[in-house]
Design a protein around this ligand. Structure first.
Ligand SMILES: [Zn+2]
Length: 218
């Protein structure tokens, strides 16, 4: 069972991937972890990626694809894997199709955690930090007792530029531009399953699990 998990920043993809890993007993293959592992171990691919990064360039698709291929060929991925953060582009999606075909496997489905932009902006722009002691707050999940004031030291709270609504909206625009072709690609392949990501973590987990089990029975 090979699954791809898609979701915009703030959709809770990392948390959900961990839950799926536990429930389905499939390894969670996160591209970010793969990169860090290859860089840390100074593998051939890691060193190659490092060269591009040192020059301030994007790591080319074929390097990323090779890292994922290397990972999927390890024995713990024999029964499948949950891919997170890969593919990001249509070229990478085609690379994934090819490597799975070479292994005599195929992709079973793509779970897309859908959350409306308004909700994502609300979630992502709720982080505030104390100017004095740096204690982080979240106006939805961990609000201070008194608005704008630190519980610990009474200092004033402020918002980093990255957490401001206008920055978050710009980030989401870029995300949608990049992933729209990928979503189309998987929709046309009949692999895309959209899951409502607006509920609490447990509700979204249950929906994802149900979708994954339906895919397994196909
Ligand atoms: Zn403080």
């Amino acid at each position: 069972m090979y699954l791809v998990l898609l979701g915009s920043p703030g959709a809770g993809k990392g948390t959900q991937a961990e839950r799926l890993e536990e429930e389905l007993h499939l390894p969670h293959v996160a591209s970010g972890d793969l990169f860090r592992e290859n860089l840390r171990n100074e593998t051939e691919l890691g060193l190659l990626a490092q060269e591009y990064m040192d020059r301030g360039q994007l790591v080319p698709d074929d390097v990323t694809i090779a890292m994922v291929q290397d990972r999927l060929q390890r024995p713990d991925c024999d029964r499948g894997a949950i891919l997170d953060g890969f593919p990001r582009t249509q070229a990478q999606a085609q690379g994934l199709d090819k490597m799975l075909a070479d292994m005599g496997r195929r992709l079973d489905g793509v779970l897309y955690i859908a959350v409306p932009d308004g909700e994502l902006v609300r979630r992502l722009s709720s982080r505030w930090i104390c100017r004095q002691c740096q204690t982080p707050y979240h106006t939805i999940f961990k609000p201070p007792a008194k608005g704008g004031v630190c519980d610990v030291c009474g200092g004033k709270l402020y918002q980093r530029d990255d957490d401001k609504p206008e920055t978050v909206r710009a980030r989401l625009r870029v995300y949608h531009q990049q992933t729209a072709p990928l979503i189309d690609y998987y929709r046309q392949a009949g692999l895309l399953v959209k899951v409502d990501g607006t509920g609490d973590i447990a509700t979204v987990s249950a929906s994802l699990l149900e979708a994954a089990r339906n895919l397994m029975e196909r």
